[in-house]
Write a protein that binds this ligand. Structure first.
Ligand SMILES: [Zn+2]
Length: 479
């Protein structure tokens, strides 16, 4: 028993050390650097602005966003749609005082490239990704896994706006309800500098040179904190006159922790409005989106509440809501819906998908319209699967789909062939924990080959074969 207890103590110690090192390392900074065009536009604006700043417009600006979900080359690892929906609601709350409202322009665009999924800020990879994939006349946002960069002070790059690529990149772990990284980068997109900017000289703590130094806004306090900090400010930096700094932690454009930031200043808002209407007017040429939040939530019809002994390929069905354009289905093995097994956007009122064998599952549905992703999810329901794949063909809506997978079992390294009586449009491979191991799209033939090396190791897997007439599932064993 002592031995076990000692092990437990050691494990706890290790956990504490990991937690501590994470805390000191979880400092995200911003990778945005103004180019000469942004700098001169900002200079012109500051030179010509009226004092006090023009009264801001009472009209709402509706601004379309194209989200690009970047994944590993084999399809795994992309951010969950539900996180983007939460983020968009937060972004719109944060920009409410600026009368700017962002909405999803088109379906999420998926980019399957490990080289973009983890890329270096200094390599030019980000801007070449944007040159390849940007949609014209809308804001382009790329959500990736990591952004490498040369950081002398530690920490990591949480996001950046690239002037040369004209797009925003955000790390996926910083996209969600309580995250303000995208808000900060969107400020840069509309040409806001950091309050601690020193390119025009150091702003004095008393604000006496506020219009020529620092961020050149006089309603943002002098700020010397060009590294992440937690409010309230407790450092003792002095300005060149020997006066202590007292930076404002509430500004989104500062490096104060997200929990402290909550606003843009009036001068920042006036500057963003000016930049939008002067340099990005193409964003305003679209019809006003439907922003009415659906008030009712769908009823969950199938599977039944607390239903047990279900085959682990499940057909989900819910009721239609007249005001909804799409639905977001979340299926998870935990009630917090972290790392969901399915995170589906569909205009249908059903979905057929593979769940985990012998497992408890939760599911819920959020109704969506193009201009509003903030509706509540339905109350969740729970069901239990057995370890049977069930009569998969019968649940695939069309019962005339057949497919053959051979050889099966197959030796690792060999190529498995799939043939169907229908055109195969995509193939996905899941392990028995429900993790996506491989996906492939844009096929339109009745045969398909998968080389097992470099994709999966020995074990039992589930093939999800999607055809133009529906999908079915096959088990495959790799020896
Ligand atoms: Zn920044």
């Amino acid at each position: 028993m002592n031995y076990v207890r000692n092990i437990k103590i050691i494990i706890n110690l290790i956990a504490c050390i990991i937690l501590l090192s994470n805390t000191s390392y979880s400092q995200q900074i911003c990778g945005t650097e103004f180019d000469s065009a942004m700098t001169s536009r900002f200079h012109d604006y500051i030179q010509n602005r009226a004092y006090p700043p023009a009264k801001k417009t009472t009209n709402t600006y509706y601004i379309p966003i194209q989200f690009h979900i970047v994944t590993e080359t084999w399809g795994a690892g992309g951010i969950f749609a539900s996180n983007i929906y939460d983020e968009l609601c937060t972004l719109n709350e944060n920009f409410d005082s600026a009368n700017m409202y962002f909405y999803i322009y088109d379906d999420f665009h998926r980019i399957h490239s490990s080289g973009f999924y983890n890329h270096s800020l200094n390599s030019g990879t980000g801007s070449s990704m944007m040159h390849q994939h940007n949609i014209s006349n809308v804001v382009n946002i790329y959500i990736v896994n990591t952004i490498e960069g040369n950081l002398s002070g530690g920490g990591y790059i949480g996001g950046y706006f690239s002037p040369s690529g004209d797009g925003i990149v955000i790390r996926k772990n910083l996209v969600g309800k309580t995250q303000n990284t995208l808000t900060h980068e969107m400020g840069h997109y509309f040409n806001l500098p950091h309050p601690f900017n020193t390119n025009n000289g150091i702003e004095y703590a008393d604000g006496s040179n506020c219009s020529t130094a620092g961020d050149r806004f006089c309603d943002t306090k002098a700020d010397f904190q060009n590294y992440p900090w937690i409010c309230p400010y407790s450092d003792d930096e002095l300005d060149p006159m020997g006066t202590p700094y007292d930076p404002d932690p509430t500004l989104f454009m500062s490096y104060a922790a997200d929990a402290c930031t909550e606003r843009f200043s009036n001068e920042q808002i006036a500057s963003m409005s000016n930049y939008l209407t002067t340099f990005r007017p193409e964003h305003l040429n679209y019809p006003t989106p439907n922003t009415t939040e659906p008030e009712t939530t769908p009823n969950l019809n199938m599977p039944l509440s607390e239903e047990t002994n279900l085959p682990y390929n499940i057909k989900f069905e819910w009721s239609h809501i007249p005001e909804a354009e799409h639905y977001n289905l979340l299926v998870s093995e935990n009630v917090a819906f972290t790392l969901p097994i399915h995170d589906i956007i569909t205009s249908d009122t059903f979905f057929i998908g593979t769940c985990l064998p012998d497992q408890r599952h939760y599911w819920k549905i959020k109704p969506l319209v193009s201009g509003n992703t903030c509706a509540e999810y339905s109350p969740y329901r729970r069901f239990y699967t057995n370890d049977e794949a069930g009569n998969l063909v019968n649940i695939s809506m069309q019962n005339d789909i057949t497919a053959k997978v051979y050889p099966n079992p197959i030796n690792y390294g060999e190529t498995v062939k799939v043939t169907s009586n229908k055109k195969i449009t995509s193939i996905a491979i899941y392990d028995l924990q429900g993790r996506l191991m491989h996906t492939d799209w844009e096929h339109s033939s009745q045969t398909y080959s998968i080389a097992t090396n470099n994709i999966i190791s020995s074990g039992l897997y589930l093939l999800e074969i999607t055809t133009e007439n529906g999908k079915l599932f096959k088990r495959i064993s790799i020896l």
